[in-house]
Design a protein around this ligand. Sequence first.
Ligand code: ATP
Length: 243
Amino acid sequence: MSEPILTVDDLRVSYGRVEAVRGVSFQAAPGSLVTLVGANGAGKSSVINAVSGMLRPAGGRITFEGQDITRTPAHKLVGRGLVQVPEGRQILATLTIEENLQMGAWHSGGRGQTGGEAAGSVEAMYDRFPVLAERRGLPAGALSGGEQQMLAIARALVAAPKVMLMDEPSMGLAPKIVDEVFRVIEEIRASGTTVVLVEQNARRALRAADHGYVLQSGEVVHSGPAAELLADERIVQAYLGVD
Ligand code: ATP
């Protein structure tokens, strides 16, 4: 395997006395799609929030492109190409779609593109997501749940990420829209961006992924090539639930 672009080693996250993440380790090879799956409360969001710099870990080490980023705040990481699409979208509902996309460029601190060039990058998103182009002047809150998810993904893409962290992008969406979100995720990966995907929709995520990690109570209980995890009846029964 080539040198991982992202390495998480013995990560610990605590909320007061609650130890939500208890020594999680995983790696992502450049250009790969890695998924963390597990039940509600397994610690998936805590892991991804620690990696993106939104949460300060209680212990462990996170390395991005060979450099220690364990305590680097989120806004600095965006500028270096490590970008999170947050759970629940967190788009700015009262701003227009266009303004939301411009925020993505601005947050990237010039890594995407700034000024005149940012418009080019936002334009690229309109080509990729025509539904956003048609409605660019509308408040983002007027979009459907699926469209808001697309906007959240597009906003992250404006920052030209090397690694994109995604927290439950299919949550609360109709099956047809989930298909669309996964198609977009696979396209992002095909374009060379490394994707770390947190999902409760474990089967779906593993079908799209190269490598999977199954979390339970803040620990990795299984890991391996995604196809092998899916093929293991015991793992499917115990952790992945019904379709
Ligand atoms: P979900 O799918 O519900 O987001 P998850 O696998 O992402 O689940 P986390 O959200 O990381 O899991 O939560 C892991 C544990 O940490 C849970 O027991 C949860 O109750 C607890 N937890 C999460 N956030 C907080 C917080 N801000 N304060 C206290 N406890 C928290």
